[in-house]
Design a binder for this molecule. Structure first.
Ligand SMILES: [Zn+2]
Length: 495
């Protein structure tokens, strides 16, 4: 039988009435007790408040910190979750050793190294950005209780990336042993389908090889060249120069130029690639054949202040809408710069520096009629039964050019593939468009990085944008465009 105690008011038993009596200001004899009670209650409220705040806002940040020494205690209760591709290939998993310790395993070795990253030596890539999700378990709660009783670990949640296994493999193999990067993005969503950087490393052995890897400053294998590599854009920058010309002169501007293979202004001479003489050109044919003489002359006609504004609108010197680590691209030109610098800048040979990721995002925006999407590599987090814990949605950054301007660039980029420097991609079951570049670097004449940036489309497939750079790869048309073709071939022939 359940009984309730009766409070007569004469005993020292707790009752709400007693508490209010104690706290009431009239009872001076209980003042000390009242102060202590107030302090105690204030302390208690603060504690609850901090606990709620920590759970809601701080726990993810602290748990995610690679330098949190208490991470190992999470590992005592949870088996670090898997990272998988969008089509289900396991890119990172955890094997439990007999002594209960965990071994992180990357079944595809180097292939996803920079995108997936590593979970030791400070965490990197998805292993870093999704550390919190990977170390938490949303298994069925009764199973979790059972596991706790049995002293067994719960399975951590799985992170599903946007990476497409076949696209990644194609990019990885096409780049081969060359230094450089490939980034492929789904145009309408901003999902990163492939991201390769070389030289690379094997995340399976990164801990034991750490010292030799970080000492290798020449090839810098840990550097993700796709997001953090800074390169002169070379002729891929003619996209920006052409857009600025269109913006200043109008979409129907009547442009004519007679290329004699080189032009000299105030002591600066600009040559066309391999000293080609392009003859009579309009804007489209100058773009299609990547005529340096025409474009450096266009540069001299542009309003530098407006050009600077366009560059910032295209997110040079600005933050990129991406959910991963990256380096900010630079457009460096001032109204006081002399003609030589202006001419060089117009053909992507000034002090402008850009990442492959940024060029892929610009290409995707052009294909998307001017609208740039936020680029991301993590699609969702799922629990062990496959249901969704957290899903990332595509997010629109905004228009970086008008629809008409994008359509103009689309038509010029299509012509590059049809009849210009991008014919390596012509005549396929899909339609491709793009711009090549051969970006000179260093002081040795004739050395250049090979670029291709552009996109492909085919009925019943989502459009895909790409940026390829091969360091010291020579001509973009012969080195980089074929790599883009191999990625498109695989992507557009998927079932
Ligand atoms: Zn020319």
């Amino acid at each position: 039988m359940i009984t309730t105690s009766k409070n007569s008011g004469k005993t020292k038993e707790f009752s709400w009435k007693n508490l209010f009596d104690v706290l009431s200001p009239g009872k001076s004899k209980n003042k000390e007790f009242a102060i202590i009670t107030y302090l105690f209650m204030a302390f208690f409220i603060c504690l609850i408040g901090y606990f709620i705040y920590f759970q809601a806002f701080k726990s993810e940040e602290i748990i995610s910190s690679a330098y949190n020494p208490r991470l190992s205690s999470f590992a005592d209760h949870v088996v670090r979750g898997d990272i998988i591709s969008s089509d289900g290939a396991v890119l990172a998993t955890t094997e439990l050793k007999e002594d209960g310790s965990q071994q992180r395993v990357y079944p595809y070795n180097d292939m996803f190294a920079h995108a997936v990253g590593y979970a030791s030596n400070g965490n990197y890539g998805v292993e870093s950005t999704e550390n919190f999700s990977l170390m938490r378990s949303h298994s069925f709660f009764l199973l979790q209780i059972l596991n706790d009783i049995r002293d067994e670990k719960n399975q951590g949640d799985t992170v599903v990336t946007t990476l497409d296994y076949d696209v990644q493999e194609a990019a990885y193999e096409a780049l081969g042993n060359q230094r450089g990067a490939v980034v492929a993005i789904e145009v309408e969503t901003g999902k990163i389908l492939g991201m390769v950087s070389k030289p690379d490393f094997d995340p399976n052995t990164i801990e034991s090889n750490w010292d030799s890897i970080i000492e290798n400053t020449d090839s810098a294998p840990l550097l993700n060249r796709a997001t953090q590599g800074m390169y002169p854009p070379g002729s891929t920058f003619k996209i920006v120069t052409a857009l600025e010309y269109i913006r200043e002169q109008g979409l129907e501007a009547d442009y004519h130029f007679d290329c004699e293979g080189e032009v000299t202004v105030n002591g600066t001479t600009i040559h066309c690639y391999k000293n080609a003489v392009h003859g009579e050109l309009n804007l489209e044919s100058a773009f299609t054949h990547s005529c340096n003489t025409a474009f450096s002359s266009i540069g001299l006609e542009l309003n530098v202040t407006k050009w600077q504004n366009l560059a910032s609108q295209m997110l040079f010197n600005e933050s990129l809408p991406v959910r991963l680590d990256y380096k900010q691209s630079q457009f460096v030109l001032s109204v006081d710069d002399e003609e030589g610098k202006v001419m060089q800048t117009a053909i992507g040979q000034g002090d402008t520096q850009v990442s492959p990721l940024h060029m892929a995002m610009i290409s995707a925006a052009i294909a998307n009629d001017g609208v740039m999407m936020e680029a991301y590599v993590v699609d969702s987090v799922i629990r062990d039964n496959g249901s969704t814990v957290k899903a990332y949605k595509p997010s629109e950054y905004g228009s970086i050019m008008s629809k008409d301007e994008a359509r103009s660039l689309q038509s010029m980029m299509e012509e590059v593939v049809n009849s210009g420097t991008g014919t390596a991609l012509s005549g396929q079951s899909y339609k491709a468009a793009g711009k090549t570049g051969s970006a000179e670097f260093g002081t040795i004449k004739g050395q250049s990085h090979a670029w291709f940036v552009g996109y492909g489309s085919k009925e019943s497939y989502n459009d895909i944008a790409i940026a390829v750079i091969v360091e010291n790869g020579g001509a973009g048309s012969s080195t980089a465009a074929p790599i883009a073709k191999r990625v498109f071939d695989v992507y557009f022939n998927q079932d």
